[in-house]
Design a protein around this ligand. Structure first.
Ligand SMILES: C[S@@+](CC[C@H](N)C(=O)[O-])C[C@H]1O[C@@H](n2cnc3c(N)ncnc32)[C@H](O)[C@@H]1O
Length: 238
């Protein structure tokens, strides 16, 4: 399956209760504000936030997202195909709100984020807890050794620890949400593709049998549910 389709499908069944969006709107005043969504992907949060914000820059260094933004045009959402590091070199613009949702963990990138903030800017930082149901799938399928973790995953713990030193913490909450699939077949297809997408893991025949067994354990009513625990921060410059 193509990267973009796999990405779109993965987002389709995640956080259907909009826990992330509701918490952003609860803790940060988005109305008429300028928003920089760093590593926006397909604009999973950029588009809903644009209903309230003045403008949203959806920044992503992946050019494979370009066709998605061309198809889903909105006047106050602009896709910029640059890395955060490149972007801050080219623009001195400061944003009211900077969003880092499920970011890659790179100190250079976080430092670039600071350059796009002023003293009143809010940085919203959302990431998953590595002990969540979804994140522990590779371990449970015993394919962890196949996983290709880039340095950002290893940096995650370090960055979470350093956040209070780097920024003033305004809000620090643990949130609960989930991936909710309509049936086993859909769960199997999307998790299999997701493992390739997020961890570069290709399942063999026996791994697939184990995935079916794991999915069966997550059956709740007629849905398949994998819980996600999230770190949710609102930060300001110190
Ligand atoms: C896990 S995805 C999160 C997408 C989106 N924020 C969401 O929550 O649905 C991380 C995204 O960050 C992008 N990315 C990684 N490093 C980046 C950088 N230095 N500058 C801009 N985008 C980056 C990747 O291309 C990817 O689309």
């Amino acid at each position: 399956m193509k990267f973009l389709n796999a990405f779109i499908e993965d987002c389709r069944y995640y956080d259907l209760n909009k826990v992330e969006l509701k918490n952003i709107l609860k803790y940060v005043n988005v109305r008429n504000k300028t928003v920089l969504d760093v590593g926006a992907g397909i604009g999973r949060l950029a588009f809903p936030l644009s209903k309230y914000a003045k403008e949203v820059i959806a920044l992503d260094n992946g050019k494979r997202f370009m066709p998605y933004f061309k198809k889903h045009k909105k006047t106050n959402v602009k896709f910029v195909n640059k890395s955060m590091e490149e972007y801050v070199k080219k623009t001195l613009k400061k944003f009211d709100i900077v969003l880092l949702a499920w970011p890659t963990f790179d100190f250079k990138m976080i430092n670039s984020v600071k350059s796009s903030m002023n003293k009143d800017s809010k940085l919203i930082f959302i990431t998953c807890d590595n002990n969540s149901d979804y994140e522990t799938i590779p371990n449970k399928l015993r394919v962890l050794e196949k996983a290709v973790f880039n340095k950002d995953v290893q940096n995650k713990g370090k960055i979470l620890k350093k956040l209070p030193k780097m920024f003033r913490v305004m809000v620090n909450r643990k949130l609960k949400t989930n991936y909710k699939y309509p049936d086993k077949k859909t769960a199997f297809r999307i998790i299999k593709n997701g493992l390739k997408l997020w961890f570069n893991i290709k399942l063999d025949k026996s791994n697939k049998v184990n995935l079916i067994a794991l999915i069966n354990k997550h059956k709740k009513g007629n849905k398949i549910i994998f819980e996600e625990k999230l770190y949710f921060y609102v930060l300001e410059l110190k």
